[in-house]
Design a protein. Structure first.
Length: 41
């Protein structure tokens, strides 16, 4: 399996547990970044 294919596979597995939006919110909060939810996907 190519490196690119492995990355895509692991992202698919990862996002079964946490959506992109949930991950983005978590990362913003962890780093103390203020954000407006209306601009998140």
């Amino acid at each position: 399996m190519s490196t690119y294919t492995q990355i895509l596979y692991h992202q698919e597995v990862h996002h079964r547990n946490e959506t992109f939006t949930e991950e983005m919110k978590r990362l913003l909060q962890e780093h103390g970044i203020v954000y407006d939810e209306k601009y998140l996907l």
